[in-house]
Design a protein around this ligand. Structure first.
Ligand code: VOV
Length: 250
């Protein structure tokens, strides 16, 4: 049964944000040979992810995370939950995984909320929509991730607002966002029924200061100021093969 107030969302690839700490003590204790074997195996696995991405069957990026919450952050995008779980398990079976400790993770599915869509059109036919539902994750620059909710408290209950009001508010949100076109790439993933918050927000930029500026500026927009509730924040630097080798060098 559908409700007039419920928005029709569009979903794309499923996402796993997998954050790990490196067990540095254990890694340092391992022999040079053992470390090299672990790195070689990991690089081999990463090559299979690249092939997957080239075949448009998903996307994967790896980041060096700042702060104590994690040292590494994997973002995996896959067409279904089976493949999403498979990629996590494949990593866990590597030798290198024995030197990592899962710190936190986030499961969601890429979502377009379709507030600003033209009625009668098939949005999925639009190549720009496809590019957002099935994106190739950036391989350079920086990432910022945080989970968030829309508030349900007393008078400030997002889910009690009529569709028209939410549409108007989201339009304003989009206008704030558009100022960062070309500077910040956003990936919004819905996680209701999948993880602890309602959405995951993943931002990519070449300059991490853009994260600070966009998050700050959006706090003044009503959607965030009145209805936004935020979880934890984490920031990281994109890791290519050489940067990963350097990071793991003892
Ligand atoms: C790069 C900037 C940017 C741009 C252009 C942008 C635009 C848009 C548009 C046009 C739309 C609606 C249609 C769609 O595409 O889904 C959205 C949707 C959404 N957004 Fe957004 N957003 C940005 C950026 C952006 C940020 C930085 C945040 C975090 C908020 C903050 O305060 O920290 C955010 C959140 C969201 C969420 C949670 C949703 C889903 C809400 C829902 O109730 O369904 N977003 N967003």
């Amino acid at each position: 049964m559908s409700h007039n107030n419920v928005l029709h969302t569009l979903e794309g690839w499923y996402a796993l944000h997998d954050f790990r700490q490196i067990d540095w003590a254990l890694w340092k204790e391992a022999s040079e040979e053992e470390r090299q074997a672990a790195i070689d195996e990991l690089l081999g696995l990463m090559k299979t992810w690249t092939t997957h991405e080239e075949e448009k069957k998903g996307s994967t990026s790896l980041f060096a995370m700042l702060g104590h919450k994690a040292d590494l952050g994997f973002i995996f995008l896959r067409p279904n939950l089976q493949e999403l779980n498979q990629v996590k398990t494949e990593f866990n079976k590597t030798r290198f995984a024995d030197y990592t400790i899962p710190s936190t993770s986030y499961v969601s599915v890429i979502e377009l909320s379709n507030y600003v869509n033209n009625p009668g059109e098939d949005p999925k036919a639009d190549p720009r929509v496809q590019a957002r539902l099935y994106p190739t994750l950036p391989k350079t620059g920086h990432v910022c991730f945080y989970p968030m909710n829309k508030k349900r408290e007393g008078e400030d209950n997002w889910y009690m607002l009529p569709m028209e009001k939410r549409r108007e508010l989201m339009k304003s949100h989009g206008m704030y966002g558009r100022k960062y076109a070309g500077k910040v790439q956003q990936m919004i993933s819905g996680s209701m029924g999948m993880d602890d918050w309602e959405w995951g927000v993943t931002l990519f930029s070449q300059d991490p200061l853009n994260f600070k500026h966009i998050v700050y500026e959006m706090r003044f927009d009503e959607v965030s100021a009145r209805y936004g509730e935020f979880g934890w924040f984490i920031v990281g630097n994109a890791l290519d093969e050489q940067a990963l080798i350097d990071l793991l060098k003892i």
